[in-house]
Design a protein around this ligand. Structure first.
Ligand SMILES: Nc1ncnc2c1ncn2[C@@H]1O[C@H](COP(=O)(O)OP(=O)(O)O)[C@@H](O)[C@H]1O
Ligand SMILES: [Mg+2]
Length: 261
């Protein structure tokens, strides 16, 4: 009889999950920075938060955006990843962070990666299985937008401690943030809290905090829409390490996040 639950790959996937868990076993907290919507500041929050966390502990930063990886540009990393033996990937160290990004395997930064979902998922799984992180206090994942593919892998295969949601105060961003929230609920993944990014005159201020209150999730803090973030990002410098006011914002978020852990 036809069994709709039969999955010929189930055992392979189970074995892979075990190898991933084994490889990530010396990492204390795994935090994924997510939002359904693109362009709201996931990479900005992931990079600046990682840099602030690294002031007090060992931190890894994994670019989980396989087809449009941006972490290297934000950190000014131009090196290619080196391998130990055939499989083991050695992270690149910068600003005290251990960094792995698909960008470090690309020929040129503007080469498009035009892969179907399964190949992207497989590449991501190989990074998870084979990266030599060593002992870490935190591993921060910079997630791509959306609610499928890698987001599912992140929530289901990596035993993450929880997710941090980023939203701007705009309604369209908040709606997509709620999708991420509901996805986490359905998959029994902890929501550590939500950050309001690009807060200020243009998009308004406070809507994300109100939403957090209404939905009973932790509001971790806000980062203002700030010209300095635009000018510093993408030039190989980290705003939180360059500007006192920006650092304060991210330190507040880090403190509230740690309180959740
Ligand atoms: N608080 C902010 N103030 C000003 N510009 C910001 C802020 N947060 C993000 N940006 C800028 O907005 C753009 C999109 O941010 P990014 O972090 O790449 O978003 P995502 O990863 O969600 O796609 C980037 O150019 C970034 O420098
Ligand atoms: Mg991004």
């Amino acid at each position: 009889m036809f069994d709709k639950n039969f999955n010929p790959f189930a055992r392979q996937m189970e074995e892979r999950r075990k190898r991933i868990a084994e490889n990530l076993s010396k990492i204390r907290f795994k935090i994924a920075v997510m939002s359904g919507k693109g362009g709201v500041g996931k990479t900005t929050v992931a990079v600046n938060l990682a840099a602030v966390l690294a002031q007090n502990g060992s931190v890894g930063l994994m670019d989980a955006d396989i087809d449009c990886p941006n972490v290297n540009r934000f950190l000014g990393i131009n090196e290619r990843l080196s391998m130990q033996g055939e499989k083991t990937i050695v992270p690149i160290e910068k600003f005290g962070l251990k960094v792995v990004s698909m960008a470090s395997l690309q020929e040129t930064e503007d080469t498009p990666i035009m892969w179907r979902g399964p190949l992207i998922a497989n590449t991501f799984a190989q990074f998870l299985e084979n990266t030599k992180w060593g002992e870490l206090e935190y591993l921060v994942f910079d997630a791509p937008p959306g609610t499928s593919d890698i987001l599912l892998n992140l929530m289901q295969d990596t035993e993450i401690t929880g997710i941090l949601i980023v939203s701007t105060p705009q309604e369209v961003s908040i709606v997509d943030a709620k999708k991420t929230l509901n996805m986490a609920k359905q998959l029994n993944v902890r929501v550590l809290g939500i950050v309001e990014n690009m807060s200020g005159e243009i998009f308004g201020s406070g809507a994300v905090e109100e939403t957090a209150k209404r939905l009973g999730i932790t509001f971790l803090g806000r980062i203002f829409l700030d010209k300095k973030i635009v000018h510093i990002s993408g030039k190989g410098k980290i705003p939180a390490l360059e500007d006192k006011k920006i650092r304060k914002g991210f330190e507040g978020i880090a403190e509230n996040l740690i309180a959740q852990l």
